[in-house]
Design a protein around this ligand. Structure first.
Ligand code: CA
Length: 528
């Protein structure tokens, strides 16, 4: 790749933008009846369309996409978000990617693993795809009947590879090789399910009881990590004991490095969905990383390893000449887990994983694509991870293949990602963030305001830990309005002085509810 691959760095390519779009009053339109409305920004869209067409013309093919999705890593854990060395776990590789790319401060997930992952796969909120909570110990998932991102990309000519944690159900029809991936190498569930009953510190009553150990072993869930090729049955690779688990992130990274190497000469673009084991509890660091972090704590050692894995995957792209043709996204699937302290992560926001407070759903997100995404840009524009569905479709030239028979919550963020660093807009392409707490509609964010109707309690009188899973659901009589810029801890309702916003907020909530009437969904699974 040569210097002409870097149109974004050329001032001459800049187009004039209207920096007057306001996050509250800016006009929106829906691309289709079944699509989420988005800001109307024609100059930004035209700039990105031309930039992407230029890339395709030069490269002779569509771009690759590498998504590195970490587990339970907190918004603030990386150095570029204020953590890193300050919290005893340096993250130089992630920090470098942030400097060289786009750092998002208002990227949203769902409150826990599976709902987020299923939303990325479908471009739809959990209340539409039905996966409201994580399936555990062999419970089925629910991707059947959905149009998935890997299938969409596969139909557009992409090679599709999933590596690492899946956690969308162990049932055959929810397995990755049956929902559009050409190949899968990883485990079907979540880290703790493989280890908690094997660890005498956490589960002495199982480990020291033959009866209970046998009972767990007979629960029908897969205790191995697996390999699967498209449309084929799973092959078990190895049982995930604790020593095996400590090596998984390294093994999975090697598998992805091999994939990237193999793709160097491919005429087809590719999609690599690399989901790490870490840093979900409980962390048993790889021997090479034991005590590597200044904190010397297993969670922090795992974080240092995850940072190195990001470095290895990017290095593989560089080595094989694919860095300039690959959009890299690094994120986490939910806010930090705070109920396993001190094996826990960092957020400056209220509460944690499991909740719809900002701490539960605000995740780190870095998007990097040298030459196409300008370096050094940090933005508070609202993005939901499920926007990757529509964004990747545009990158793949498959925007016209998005399903029309169901509601899509995904907003195409391509033109936001590709916008020049001095774009001047304070908004992404998404205007609204809708929060759902399992089957309860919880809140709406627009601009810096968040209007909350329902939340989970996180005060000491109701929960033992400051986490998001152990509170009770509370409904507010009048709703609460938080200014997230003045009050990131969501502790002071501002509503009584800001009533001017309420009608607009309620109108959008009503529109959102109507989409469920107009576009019926599958039954929800595992609702609590
Ligand atoms: Ca998670």
């Amino acid at each position: 790749m040569t210097e002409h691959m870097h149109p974004g760095s050329s001032r001459k390519r800049r187009v004039s933008h209207d920096p007057s779009v306001d996050p509250i009053t800016g006009a929106i339109a829906a691309p289709a009846a079944n699509r989420e409305p988005r800001f109307v920004l024609p100059a930004r869209d035209e700039f990105a369309r031309s930039k992407l067409e230029g890339f395709v013309a030069r490269a002779g093919r569509r771009p690759n996409v590498l998504v590195i999705l970490m587990d339970d890593v907190g918004w603030g854990d990386f150095g570029c978000y204020g953590g890193g060395v300050a919290l005893g776990a340096p993250t130089p590789n992630v920090d470098r990617l942030a400097r060289e790319g786009l750092l998002l401060t208002s990227c949203y997930s769902e409150p826990s693993c599976t709902p987020t992952r299923a939303s990325i796969m479908t471009g739809r909120l959990p209340m539409r795809h039905g996966l409201l909570v994580p399936p555990m110990y062999g419970m089925p998932g629910g991707l059947q009947g959905e149009v998935t991102l890997p299938q969409l990309l596969s139909d557009a000519g992409y090679v599709t590879q999933a590596v690492g944690k899946w956690h969308l159900g162990e049932n055959r029809e929810s397995q990755p090789q049956h929902v559009g991936f050409d190949d899968f190498y990883g485990f079907l569930s979540v880290s703790d399910m493989y280890t908690e009953w094997r660890d005498p510190y956490f589960f002495p009553e199982v480990v020291y009881s033959d009866a209970r150990t046998d009972w767990v072993k007979n629960i029908p869930f897969n205790k191995c990590f697996v390999h699967a090729a498209r449309d084929r049955d799973l092959e078990e690779v190895e049982e995930v004991t604790i020593p095996v688990l400590s090596l998984l992130d390294d093994k999975w990274c090697s598998y992805s490095e091999d994939f990237i190497e193999r793709m160097a000469d491919s005429e087809r673009p590719w999609f690599l969905y690399h989901c790490t084991r870490g840093a979900h509890f409980d962390n048993y660091p790889h021997p090479d990383f034991l005590g590597r972090s200044p904190a010397k704590h297993p969670y922090k050692d795992a974080l240092v390893e995850l940072d190195e894995i990001c470095g290895r995957l990017v290095e593989a792209l560089e080595r094989t000449g694919q860095l300039d043709s690959t959009m890299v996204v690094i994120s986490s699937d939910n806010g930090p887990e705070m109920e396993t302290w001190p094996d826990s992560a960092f957020t400056p926001f209220r509460c944690a994983k499991g909740s719809t407070w900002e701490g539960g759903v605000r995740v780190p997100a870095i998007v990097s694509w040298p030459g196409m995404i300008d370096p050094g840009r940090a933005t508070d524009g609202i993005v939901h991870l499920l926007d990757l569905f529509a964004t990747c479709a545009t990158l793949a030239g498959a925007a016209d293949r998005l399903p029309a028979d169901r509601y899509l919550d995904a907003v195409d963020q391509t033109s936001f990602f590709l916008a020049p660093a001095d774009d001047g807009e304070v908004v992404s392409n998404r205007k609204f963030q809708h929060y759902w707490l399992t089957a309860n509609y919880s809140a709406l964010r627009v601009g810096e305001y968040k209007y909350m109707l329902t939340s989970i309690t996180d005060d000491d009188t109701d929960v033992l830990n400051p986490g998001g899973f152990t509170g009770s659901v509370q409904h507010y009589a009048y709703g609460r309005l938080y200014n997230l810029y003045l009050d990131p801890k969501e502790s002071r309702s501002y509503m009584i002085r800001k009533l001017v916003y309420i009608d607009a907020i309620l109108a959008e909530m009503a529109r959102h509810r109507r989409t469920f009437r107009d576009w019926p969904n599958k039954p929800t699974l595992h609702a609590q």
